[in-house]
Ligand binder design. Structure first.
Ligand code: WT7
Length: 635
């Protein structure tokens, strides 16, 4: 087990030590794992290049650290508790021993399909145990997994399959989400038409609907598993060998394949899991995220299982069949730590406090949030009605690229403050810089959030595009990792995340690039161009507001066109990217160089007219038209 902090003075002491001697600090954490060969050097780094390497020459397999390391003590302990979408369906418990067997068997299946070290295996699955099994099986044989969220469209899936040149895709006949069924295989088939690298498709049976099968390409999971051998030798990996790719949105249209490597990611997710949630042996931990996002990778699968925890995996949604689904799950399994998003909390808050009031949830000890800033109202509701005033809330700030939690209270140790992520974890050196790159020291400062020293969990590159990695994270402020977030440090030295300052919007904790959505809108033949900005949304945090230039505007067609644009975006990206509001306009505010001045659009959707200097606009007259149209549309 990783070293555990248990008091505030312990945290302060560890933090100081980790800053004074970061390599000594991380080496001590890494020593709690099983390495086939120890590292010869802890760290090599250069943020200008950029290059980061941890535990150099160290050899290991991450699944050996989950299974072989724990089996002696935990064979019969539940590793995963799977709760289905429909509460009437039976749940499934996989002990460490059972999960180990499934992982080994599927690792052998993958080998029989020709998958070897370094090959990419993609998953397009619902939240079923096979997803976790497949990820770990891929890791066992040294291949690289790329999980694509089940809500993405065929186009989005195809783009990711092509970019990673995936050899095998694992999908399901369909998936359940509340009252809906998601036709995953059908969407996958459509994507596969444009993904020639994929040789084999493994299909998990979930909904038992009839689905088309391509002879020679498609294979049923269950058939393959029937005869698979029960042991598969783990492949020895270098600490810096890739573990997985996870696509995320950036400020340009193309998704970024964030790459995480083996040794550092292992050390970082385990350390942060144990310390942030203060997980105790025998606890039941429940993270309600989807494994299609980084939260599920780091805090449903890797972090908890590396620490020998019992992790609940939930297939459904918080509001179906009724908005007490989470509270049911918490009571059913005696959950001790619960981790969800501000969006889910706000959605449940809107349904009224009588829902959590009917559940005592006595087992709960720690509550967590992630993905977006949490407003004070939601924070208090979570604290009072879910935690019944007895559970500390950990507001955890981090990103797909950071691999694990960076700024967060340690549960029950760090005094909390609503809407504050509070203090950096040991080993993390946040720095606030102004727009000219000057570091802002001391208290009560606000600016761009950067990190000035590497940590083991950080992304090492973007798949196939190291130059873009440099551009996206190390160029705005040379020598620093730039997060894309604005932040404030208050009089207590506490950090409050203010949200994205780049062209990225955060809808329900999901990151979407405005360019991506604009590209999708612009595909419509009647659209000349568009600009998308985020606007404050009571449940989703940010909603998607699109200003769309249509040269042949005809009012009677507005609603029809709106609907077809929304459908188009859902088809091109996925339902999560559907615009909430569409305003048709005759033009967009532009500078002389032809750049859209989004600042003005952002102000408009925030009900502000404080535009600052607009003298550089070529078409200042458009601003009044935009405001008038905005008022007409939004009352
Ligand atoms: C962005 C990263 C980290 C897993 C889920 C999202 C925002 C994340 C917080 C928080 C305020 C937060 C940031 C960040 N964010 N956590 N506790 N408070 N904002 O991962 O899709 O990579 O998005 O989410 O803006 O940059 P992601």
């Amino acid at each position: 087990m990783v070293p555990k902090i248990s008091t505030l003075s312990g945290y302060l002491y560890e933090y100081q030590k980790s800053i004074a001697d970061p390599t000594g600090f991380w080496a001590r954490v890494a020593e709690s794992f099983y390495w086939r060969k120890p590292w010869t050097k802890v760290l090599d780094w250069d943020f200008h290049k950029p290059e980061v390497k941890w535990f150099i020459d160290g050899k290991l397999n991450i699944t050996e650290n989950i299974f072989e390391r724990h089996l002696f003590l935990r064979a019969k302990q539940p590793a995963l508790i799977w709760e289905p979408n429909n509460p009437k369906e039976p749940h499934r418990i996989l002990t460490y021993e059972e999960l180990y067997r499934e992982v080994n068997k599927f690792a052998n299946v993958l080998k029989s399909l020709g998958v070897g070290k370094g090959d990419r295996v993609a998953m397009y699955l619902p939240m079923v145990p096979q997803l976790a099994i497949a990820m770990l099986a891929v890791a066992r044989i040294g291949a690289i997994h790329s999980v694509v969220f089940g809500g993405f469209s065929a186009r989005a899936l195809a783009e990711r399959l092509q970019d990673a040149q995936a050899k095998v895709l694992i999908t399901a006949d369909g998936g359940y989400r509340g009252a809906k069924t998601i036709p995953l295989k059908q969407t996958a088939d459509e994507a596969l038409e444009q993904s020639p690298s994929v040789e084999k498709v493994v299909v998990v049976r979930r909904t038992a609907e009839k689905v088309p099968f391509v002879e020679g390409r498609d294979l049923w999971w269950d058939d393959l598993m029937k005869d698979a051998a029960e042991y598969c030798e783990p492949v020895e990996m270098d600490a810096e060998d890739p573990l997985f790719i996870l696509y995320t949105s950036g400020s340009t249209g193309k998704p970024k394949g964030v790459l995480h490597t083996t040794g550092g990611y292992m050390v970082y997710t385990a350390y942060t899991f144990r310390n942030v949630f203060q997980y105790r042996d025998g606890d039941v931990y429940f993270c309600a995220a989807d494994i299609g996002w980084i939260t599920g990778h780091s805090y449903i699968v890797y972090g908890p299982l590396l620490e020998g925890a019992t992790s609940v995996m939930f297939e459904g949604i918080p509001t179906w069949p009724a908005p007490d689904r989470y509270w049911q799950v918490i009571e059913k399994y005696g959950v001790n730590e619960f981790y969800t998003s501000p969006t889910a909390i706000r959605a449940l808050l809107a349904k009224g406090e009588s829902w959590p009031a009917s559940y005592e949830m006595k087992s709960l000890r720690v509550l967590g949030t992630v993905g977006e800033p949490i407003n004070e109202e939601a924070w208090h509701w979570y604290h009072d009605h879910v935690g019944k005033g007895r559970c500390p809330i950990v507001d955890t700030w981090w990103q797909t690229e950071t691999g694990g939690i960076m700024i967060s209270p340690l549960a029950g140790i760090t005094p909390t403050k609503p809407a504050y992520a509070t203090l950096p974890l040991p080993g993390i050196r946040p720095v606030i810089v102004d727009n000219d790159g000057n570091k802002l020291y001391g208290k009560n400062v606000e600016g761009n959030l950067c990190v000035e020293f590497p940590w083991p969990g950080m992304a090492r590159t973007l798949w196939g595009d190291h130059e873009r990695y440099k551009q996206a994270y190390f160029s705005a402020f040379p020598g620093l990792y730039f997060t894309g977030d604005g932040v404030k440090r208050d009089e207590d030295g506490y950090y409050r995340i203010l949200g994205r300052i780049d062209d990225v919007i955060n809808v329900s904790g999901h990151r979407l690039g405005t360019a991506e959505i604009e590209n999708a809108i612009n595909e419509h033949p009647l659209v000349a161009e568009s600009a998308v900005v985020g606007f404050p949304h009571p449940v989703k945090g940010q909603g998607i507001y699109a200003f769309v230039v249509v040269p042949d505007l005809r009012e009677e067609l507005d609603d029809e066109l709106r609907e077809s644009l929304v459908k188009g975006v859902a088809k091109i990206i996925g339902p999560i990217a559907k615009p909430d509001r569409i305003q048709f306009v005759n033009g967009l505010p532009k500078t002389r160089s032809g750049k859209i001045m989004r600042r003005i659009l952002r102000k408009i959707v925030h009900d502000s007219t404080d535009f600052g200097d607009i003298s550089t606009l070529t078409n200042p007259e458009i601003v009044d038209e935009l405001i008038a149209g905005y008022k007409a549309l939004n009352g």
